[in-house]
Design a protein around this ligand. Sequence first.
Ligand SMILES: NC(=O)c1ccc[n+]([C@@H]2O[C@H](COP(=O)([O-])OP(=O)(O)OC[C@H]3O[C@@H](n4cnc5c(N)ncnc54)[C@H](OP(=O)(O)O)[C@@H]3O)[C@@H](O)[C@H]2O)c1
Length: 280
Amino acid sequence: MTHPDRFVLAGLMGWPVMHSRSPKLHNYWLGAHGLAGAYVPLAIQPEGLRAALRALPALGFAGCNLTIPHKEAALAIVDTVDPLARRIGAVNTVVVAPDGSLEGWNTDAFGFVESIRETQPAWRADRGPVVVLGAGGGARAVLVGLIDQGAGDIRLINRTLARAEALARELGGPIKTLAWDQRQVALDGAAMLVNTTNQGMVGEPPLDLPLDTLPASALVSDIVYIPRETPLLAAARKRGNPTVNGAGMLVHQARAAFRARFGIMPEATPELRAMVEATT
Ligand SMILES: NC(=O)c1ccc[n+]([C@@H]2O[C@H](COP(=O)([O-])OP(=O)(O)OC[C@H]3O[C@@H](n4cnc5c(N)ncnc54)[C@H](OP(=O)(O)O)[C@@H]3O)[C@@H](O)[C@H]2O)c1
């Protein structure tokens, strides 16, 4: 933890990184909590990750966040890995400990679960089958979050079935895998649908998934956050399903990362939400 009367430094390492909303969030909270400091985007190429992370203590950084393509590689570089980050298989938050060692954390599962609870306070993971589309980095955090919240029946569907099967084996728990062409059938009787593929994000086509077989009561969540309302969420809203967009996961994982570094859990104030929404 950093002493409050010092200039504190933190940043986001990614490649690319300039598109990220994280500096806005963290700089807002530094100001809101009277901490003099800065959170900066750090464009780090994959081959430079080790040296960049190892330089954090000498540069006086309290820590950093990691985004594509560094989250998995960082696992093997930091000195200690939190068990949750180990299970997810990725580090999104690095904290510089008082002795200069590097701690690896993952706050994405927390961010996902909090984003659901914020919109749907009565939500429970064990209400019925949960359909998860995608088996990439985002899916890993979502699946661990769902399992830890007590989901009893997860239908995992990915374009590349072998990747979903490998993930199901690795994570264990109540995950059944289904082939991509089974995705519409899988919606039958579902209590929740989560898109963790990149389909529907800006520059990608919409997710190819008719919702006819999805119960109208099912909660539809999309972790894609640009645009704020993906074609999937728009279609779900039009037929009356409750929806949760990906901006909440982004904000809440950042709250937990801020706490890991500074010991303060910052709030997702309406002003902050408006700031994020203005850019998505
Ligand atoms: N809200 C947040 O805080 C948050 C956090 C993490 C990620 N995200 C967002 O989630 C999305 C995925 O990120 P990621 O890190 O998980 O990416 P990733 O690791 O690259 O995984 C991409 C996923 O999309 C699938 N996919 C790609 N093209 C497809 C297609 N044409 N049809 C069907 N599936 C396709 C991939 O399937 P294959 O395995 O078959 O390639 C894979 O499951 C991105 O939009 C990212 O911005 C948001």
